[in-house]
Design a protein around this ligand. Structure first.
Ligand SMILES: [Zn+2]
Length: 137
């Protein structure tokens, strides 16, 4: 059974965060991988070549985008359910990492610092890119 057959139905997605409800996964996922090249939504900086991230459906909250970086607590979080796993950080074309918050490092645009666009799992050393946090080109 391929990954694609496990993809949630649109009805299941609709119960999650509003941003996820508008996603048609076929537009973004092909053969279990990112169908298009991922780039920064704000500056267009290329982040990941198409086919280099493995799609995974998991519930994981990320701090909302573009918050005041001086704040260390009281982050507003948004639950995302669509991620691309990148097992080796050198697979990225460009990626930035934030300082560690609660044992998690977050991914940001290497160029303009926008983010977080995902998170870095310190134990497994895998990176998870939030599908809705990047532009698909
Ligand atoms: Zn950027």
């Amino acid at each position: 059974m391929s990954e694609a057959e496990n993809l949630p139905t649109s009805a299941a997605v609709a119960e999650d965060a509003v941003v996820s409800a508008e996603i048609n996964l076929e537009d973004f996922v092909d053969d279990g991988k990112n169908k298009k090249t991922l780039a920064c939504k704000y500056c267009g900086c290329k982040i990941l070549e198409n086919g280099c991230g493995k799609y995974v459906h998991l519930e994981r909250s990320l701090p909302a985008e573009l918050q005041d970086k001086r704040k260390t607590d009281g982050y507003v979080h948004e639950k995302l359910v669509h991620y691309f796993i990148v097992e080796n950080m050198y697979t990225f074309d460009n990626i930035g990492f934030t300082h560690t918050i609660d044992e998690t490092k977050y991914l940001s645009c290497a160029d303009c610092d926008a983010g977080p666009i995902g998170y870095f799992d310190v134990e497994s050393k895998h990176s998870y890119v939030g599908m809705t946090r990047v532009k698909h080109i």
